[in-house]
Design a protein. Structure first.
Length: 312
């Protein structure tokens, strides 16, 4: 993990880090055997690392014990560096909530996590910086996370973000505002801090690299992982035309998956993975909901078009 996350002055970008899904049974249980098969398929596509128990992995609807087991399984099945999502401790930051988050961080490390993606929430500047500092003391490198409010996140004030990125434990920033102007402003702050900037903007993936991203931590990366790895590798090698040839059809598919209502993207990803034969079923855990037949048809057409264009 050190080559990807411990050097704050990155000379090489970490590439694609897919945020993977968690297969479920019809009864809402984690399908562990199917999860192992799926993770091996994603890992075989050559990503830099895997992000599990993130928003795409339905982390808010998994128990802590399930989260630890997902992390351990991902590490055992793939051998890749594993980024584990650390859900927000809640507004107001009562001391017991911070202590609980620190204990959770240590348990994720014990399960095999190599870094933590620290979910944002609405706490104020001093509190959120103190929270990240406390979680960092648990021993793992941290990826700070700026996430659009539509998915329960927070866009940090520039001064707060600069203080977060100055913490020794923070080695990267995932920026997922889904807003180009915010991303560009954030890239400037990350550049001053010498922090690796990971795009989480599934709505303008390759454009993020033109605006300053060095890598990507994406829910969309859980689908058609190999061409996304190839796209980013081509861009970083200076082969812009090749990157755009791959990126254009991929972005069209991403735009269908991440259409409003945005929270349904998890179910849409699973539907596409079923169509590719990588999952047996597209069940999500309530209160998340599945897609209807009309939307399933739109996904099938968009996936088919993307596969044909990428192959060509």
């Amino acid at each position: 993990m050190e080559s990807a996350f411990h050097d704050r002055q990155h000379t090489l970008p970490p590439g694609l880090i897919p945020a993977t899904v968690v297969p479920m049974t019809a009864g809402g249980d984690v399908d562990w055997a199917q999860l192992g098969r799926y993770l091996r398929e994603v890992a075989a596509a050559g990503p830099a690392a895997l992000a599990v128990t993130a928003d795409t992995g339905e982390v808010l609807h998994l128990t802590p014990a399930e989260q630890y087991r997902v992390v351990a399984l991902a590490k055992a099945e793939t051998g890749l560096p594993i980024v584990a999502g650390l859900p927000a401790a809640g507004d107001g930051r009562p001391s017991d909530a911070v202590a609980t988050a620190v204990a959770h961080a240590r348990a994720l490390a014990a399960a095999g996590a190599d870094a933590l993606l620290v979910f944002p929430d609405g706490a104020g500047g001093d509190a959120v910086v103190a929270y990240h500092r406390a979680v960092g003391d648990a021993g793992l490198p941290l990826i700070a996370f700026q996430l659009q409010p539509a998915l329960g996140g927070v866009i940090y004030r520039p001064d707060v973000l600069a203080r977060l990125l100055d913490l020794d434990a923070v080695v990267a920033l995932k920026e997922a505002s889904f807003d180009r102007d915010i991303f560009e402003a954030t890239a400037a702050i990350a550049g001053v801090a010498g922090i690796c900037l990971l795009t989480g903007n599934d709505n303008f993936i390759l454009d993020s690299f033109e605006l300053g991203a060095q890598g990507a931590l994406l829910g969309f990366g859980a689908l058609l992982t190999a061409p996304q790895v190839a796209m980013i590798d081509a861009w970083n090698a200076g082969r812009g035309d090749e990157a755009r040839r791959l990126g254009t059809p991929l972005q069209r598919l991403a735009d269908v998956i991440f259409a409003p209502p945005l929270g349904d993207y998890r179910a849409r990803l699973k539907e596409c993975l079923v169509m590719l034969g990588l999952l047996d079923a597209a069940h999500v855990r309530p209160p998340l909901r599945g897609v209807d037949d009309a939307e399933r048809g739109r996904l099938r057409r968009a996936l088919h078009d993307a596969q044909l264009a990428v192959a060509a």
